[in-house]
Write a protein that binds this ligand. Structure first.
Ligand code: PEP
Ligand code: CO
Length: 396
């Protein structure tokens, strides 16, 4: 196998400034020799399930951390997260009668795109920003924020532990009824890591990214002529692209042609995260530009990332009523075009955190939210996640 190319940086956004390129090269050589984390056949099964979601014959539920922590990769935590996913999926299945494609933001959600490269502390000092456990560590010290290539080996190892726990869970539940599989997806942000885990398909007809079943490209890294899109185009996995409020409709149409030239059903999901205020104005333009190709896409709603606010107490948060308003707008625009609603992606915690608020009025409170534990974006607590999923179920 050809050695993974080193920094691509000029043509890739949001790549860390690694502390040592020698270490990076050495780590990539190790990763290139590792077994695949996921099997190509399971990625192909997921593509087939996503094809049904594109037709309105299934629905995708993807939930999990904004920034998954290495410390989450222990069986008790992984199982609690999987149980939350399947509980919510069962609710959706019961309410809609649809099969639910069950996917975590899990087993690889270790790298984050950030809006600023640095973070200022109250004492005036400036630190490189936290970029996910695959890169550095969230503690507010200079040492913690060094981008250490050795952490990529941790990403591999913790993903492996997480995937084997999920696999054994699903296997253990295989009784009278067919087991519901737990698929794993993450943002394919760190290109050298993702490239080092590309493997040939068993039949030799192409390659796949073996780091996870579903790989998505973020709103900040989906430039048509950049390496993230090239990477997604080069692998056969089902892939997603985040579409924010500023997305140019013609550019989205070009992305769809580039990433799914042969119109393989289930190959491409567009994960729309325009915000409650913009969805009704912006999504129609994207659908116009796509024309009949819109029908081949899995349309997934991410009602979290376009609705981030800062409270009077200075915390990043999200308001449930705005999250629900975006879902309502998303469903209404797609329905108006006769397109199926394909899925829902949420940032969730499996423990009762208080990071998102119920109403707009709560933003004005001077008191910080008490159980605010996220390493990155504000997540829904378990009850909030249930409410949002029930809201979506009612609309389906
Ligand atoms: C995310 O899903 O955590 C994320 C960073 O999303 P986006 O690319 O939509 O901002
Ligand atoms: Co996030």
């Amino acid at each position: 196998m050809t050695p993974t190319r080193l920094l691509l940086a000029a043509r890739a956004q949001q790549q860390p400034e690694w502390a040592s390129l020698d270490d990076l090269r050495r780590v990539l050589r190790v990763l290139e020799q590792k077994p695949q984390l996921v099997d190509a056949s399971v990625c192909a099964d997921l593509t087939a399930e996503l094809a049904r979601a594109a037709q309105g014959e299934a629905f995708v539920l993807q939930i999990g951390e904004c920034a998954e922590r290495f410390a989450d990769a222990v069986p008790a935590t992984v199982l609690a997260k999987a149980d939350q996913l399947h509980r919510l999926a069962d609710t959706l299945a019961g309410a809609t009668g649809l099969p639910i494609v069950r996917m975590g933001r899990i087993a690889g959600q270790y790298a984050k795109p950030r809006s600023s490269a640095t973070e200022s502390l109250p004492d005036g000092s400036v630190l490189p920003v936290y970029r996910g456990d695959a890169v550095n560590s969230p503690e507010r010290t200079m040492r913690s924020r060094i981008a250490d290539p050795n952490r990529l080996l941790g990403a591999y190892r913790h993903a492996e532990t997480t995937l084997s726990t999920l696999f054994e869970r699903d296997l253990g539940l295989a009784g009278e009824t067919a087991p519901e599989r737990t698929y794993a997806g993450h943002e394919a942000l760190l290109l050298e890591f993702e490239q080092a885990l590309v493997r040939p398909l068993p039949d030799g007809a192409g390659v796949y990214g073996s780091s996870g079943h579903f790989l998505w490209i973020g709103d900040r890294t989906r430039q048509l002529d950049h390496e993230h899109v090239q990477f997604a185009a080069s692998v056969t996995n089902p892939v997603g692209v985040k579409i924010g409020p500023k997305a140019d409709p013609d550019e989205v149409a070009a992305l769809v042609r580039l990433l799914n030239p042969r119109r393989r059903p289930g190959r491409l999901s567009l994960i729309v995260r325009m915000g409650a205020a913009d969805i009704g104005r912006r999504l129609p333009g994207v659908l116009d530009a796509l024309g009949e190709e819109a029908a081949g896409v899995v349309w997934i709603c991410d009602p979290m990332h376009g609705n981030t606010r800062v409270s009077a107490a200075g915390q990043k948060t999200r308001v449930l009523t705005e999250i629900e308003a975006e879902i309502e707008g998303f469903v209404s625009v797609l329905r108006g075009r006769g397109l199926p609603v394909g899925g829902l992606m949420l940032e969730t915690a499996h423990t009762p955190v208080t990071e998102c608020v119920a109403t707009h009025e709560e933003l004005a409170s001077p008191f910080p939210l008490p159980a605010y534990e996220t390493a990155c974006d504000p997540r829904l607590g378990p009850e909030q996640a249930e409410a949002v999923v029930a809201f979506m179920a009612d609309l389906l």
